[in-house]
Design a protein around this ligand. Structure first.
Ligand code: GDP
Length: 361
């Protein structure tokens, strides 16, 4: 009887839902991994759960003395920063790993972003032992992250937690590439009692950590649009901010995803931080309705014309005081930096949350 060299399960080719499954073609190979371990080793299959399950999972950590590594997406911070982590992980220490640094302009100093992350976390009464800016794409600061974990873990268990899509698997992949010995089995899995979900323990030479399933975030845009549109919306490389001098009664379309109406205020500049694949198009407020009707799904895409039929739009009016710089955020899409006193009406699709915050940049 052959066993998987990853988890030790007896290999079988009859039932894919049972442990130890491997395709018939591979079962006679030496040193074979079951399908599950194979996926884990390549670490890019989603291991996602819904919120209720997730909360149950986190509450298990609450009773332990552990170090939590909370991974968030810098480009979608508020949507992916989970304040309930503080409650659910009890008194445990925490490191924030703010990922996708490569998407923000290089010209912005890291310490500014770190201070901003700390400030945003403090607003939720959340104190992190350390904030590390990483990029799983360029591999920036992966070593710093690992060093911080080793420094702060002090022999305790280390849990990686985060929403789906923040790049948790990519970071783990990057750590595995850097710190694992190809010839050694580094991954073991164990079920979480009361669920069918797994904690995945990853043992490296100097340290080990436990990956928890990614919580599925129901506010993420991904749930409303097709893959082509999502690919255009999610930035892949450093965002080139677009600075526009606007007068009141002007409108800016962010493709067909959002409409920014400058209702009141003196002439001023606004900076648009969105994927380089989205169109930032200025027009007069009085022409905006007809432009949208003519160009939706054409010039103003994404969304595609087919997607429009299933989408609903909503608006909010926001007043800015001009005393500080603020970001008007469209969760999952991007943000607009505003420095002057003004009144803005913003319209976007349901599922995208509109809010303002102190400016990141
Ligand atoms: P998970 O669901 O948290 O495990 O996230 P994944 O690792 O699957 O990544 C989600 C998406 O974000 C993928 O398209 C990745 O290529 C992308 N991604 C992950 N990390 C980074 C990063 O540091 N920079 C950029 N630009 N993209 C990233």
């Amino acid at each position: 009887m052959k066993k998987c060299i990853g988890c030790g399960a007896i290999l079988q080719s009859t039932d894919e839902s049972r442990e130890g499954y491997i395709s018939e073609k591979l079962i006679d190979r030496d040193n074979a991994y079951c399908l599950r371990c194979h996926r884990l080793r390549n670490y890019n299959e989603n291991n996602e759960v819904l919120k209720e399950d997730y909360l149950k999972i986190l509450s298990k950590i609450c009773n332990e003395n552990a170090l939590i590594v909370h991974i968030v997406d810098l480009f979608d911070f508020s949507n992916t920063f989970l304040p309930q982590i503080k409650r659910l992980t009890g008194q445990n220490d925490c490191i924030i790993c703010a990922n996708k640094r490569d998407l923000l302009p290089k010209s912005v100093k890291d310490y500014k972003i770190i201070n901003w992350v700390r400030h945003m976390a403090n607003l939720d009464d959340f104190k992190a032992l350390d904030v590390i800016l990483t990029s799983a794409k360029t591999l920036d600061n992966i070593t710093d992250l690992v060093e911080s974990i080793i420094k702060h873990s002090k022999g305790r268990k280390v849990y990686f937690v985060g929403c789906s899509n923040v790049g948790k698997s990519s970071i783990i992949n990057a750590i595995l590439k850097k710190y694992s010995d190809e010839n050694k089995d580094v991954i073991t899995t164990s079920n979480i009692p009361g669920t069918t979900l797994d904690f995945i323990e990853i043992n490296l030479e100097n340290f080990s950590f436990i990956d928890t399933p990614g919580v599925f975030n129901d506010k993420q845009l991904i749930n409303n649009l097709g893959l082509d549109s999502i690919n255009k919306i999610m930035p892949k490389k450093e965002i080139k901010p677009i600075n526009l001098q606007l007068e009141s009664k002007q409108t800016v379309f962010i493709s067909g995803l959002a409409r920014f109406d400058f209702l009141e205020g003196d002439k001023t500049s606004f900076t648009f931080y969105f994927s380089n694949d989205l169109l930032i198009h200025r027009t007069k407020l009085e022409n905006a309705d007809s432009l949208f009707d003519r160009q939706k799904g054409a010039l103003l895409t994404p969304p595609t014309i087919e997607e429009y039929d299933n989408l609903k739009y909503y608006s909010r009016v926001l007043n800015f005081d001009g005393l500080k710089k603020y970001d008007l955020v469209l969760s999952g899409i991007g943000f607009i930096t505003i420095k002057a006193k003004c009144k803005i009406k913003i319209t976007t699709i349901e599922g995208v949350v509109i809010y303002s915050r102190e400016a990141l940049i």
